[in-house]
Write a protein that binds this ligand. Sequence first.
Ligand SMILES: Cc1cc2nc3c(=O)[nH]c(=O)nc-3n(C[C@H](O)[C@H](O)[C@H](O)COP(=O)(O)OP(=O)(O)OC[C@H]3O[C@@H](n4cnc5c(N)ncnc54)[C@H](O)[C@@H]3O)c2cc1C
Length: 299
Amino acid sequence: MKRRKLVQKLKEMGLTIWEGVPLARYTTIRTGGTAEIMVFPERVEELVKTWHFLRTESIPYFILSGGSKVLFPDEGFSGVVVNLRRLKGLKELAPGRLEALSGTPTSALIAYGLTKGFSGAEFLAGIPATVGGALYMNAGAFGRCFSELVEELEILTEEGLVRLAAGPELWRYRAFQGPRGVFVRAVVRLKPALKEEVRSRVKAALSRRRQTQPFGPPSFGCVFKNPEEAPAGYLIEKAGLKGLARGGAVISEKHANFILNLGKACTNDILYLVEEAWERVFRTFGLELQPEVRIVGQA
Ligand SMILES: Cc1cc2nc3c(=O)[nH]c(=O)nc-3n(C[C@H](O)[C@H](O)[C@H](O)COP(=O)(O)OP(=O)(O)OC[C@H]3O[C@@H](n4cnc5c(N)ncnc54)[C@H](O)[C@@H]3O)c2cc1C
């Protein structure tokens, strides 16, 4: 379908549409070329219509939320980036039982816990996620993961909107393994707790993060999943790669599983460091690291 006709069709669905959008503005690593088209569904019905249309017409698309685990190519993305940041909202179903639309920042769950006295989401402090991204990645830290909080899910699949009870079999380490589709909403359960306790757990999570992870320059958190044998950061450090730089990107001196954009990095700089870390860890330890970050354009 020609671009003008595509834009016209998307406009007819009532969507906010931007063309030629710099992807660096929508990813925490701040790299990537331009998205041919970016749409911002604000209501579930808009998302449903858009998704079915893109699939029926075989138009390439990418589901983007907070953009904190995504690396887009310098060449950009030809097709439609469906940006879910405006599909947000948090509803209290009962005390501590919350329904969140997928574009809701996970920080809203922490804020709820802090103001109303509910615990469970504190470990997410400092992770710049949305609910949809946290479901897809099963975001986690300090031995906890997002799936532990989730009671129910709604996913947009080929069969339409599907509601699921969220059992542990749906997730594994940093991955969702249930039906393929777009996360629309989740029901999350937090436990009653003293506000002071919640506050001190949030503070502890943030301070642990500041002690162990670089703070400031753009990144996407950890680049690789931790293999069973040892943390990826330890392996990359022992392979001698801390401080390795390429263009405007560098492997962090503080935590070797972080690649930082020091200001002018492009995606190819980052990819060079990702590949170098993979190669050197493989040559040194015989271990094949698995990227945690979603590298768009690679399977
Ligand atoms: C400084 C920093 C620290 C971090 N620390 C941690 C950490 O401690 N632990 C951790 O787990 N992560 C960490 N991250 C990574 C990241 O924040 C999480 O993985 C987060 O869950 C990604 O959410 P997002 O909304 O940004 O998703 P995005 O980056 O937008 O998307 C990530 C993937 O999910 C898919 N996706 C997003 N929304 C949906 C949806 N609604 N339906 C279907 N698919 C969807 C996307 O297509 C993409 O493949 C960190 C990142 C940064 C920048």
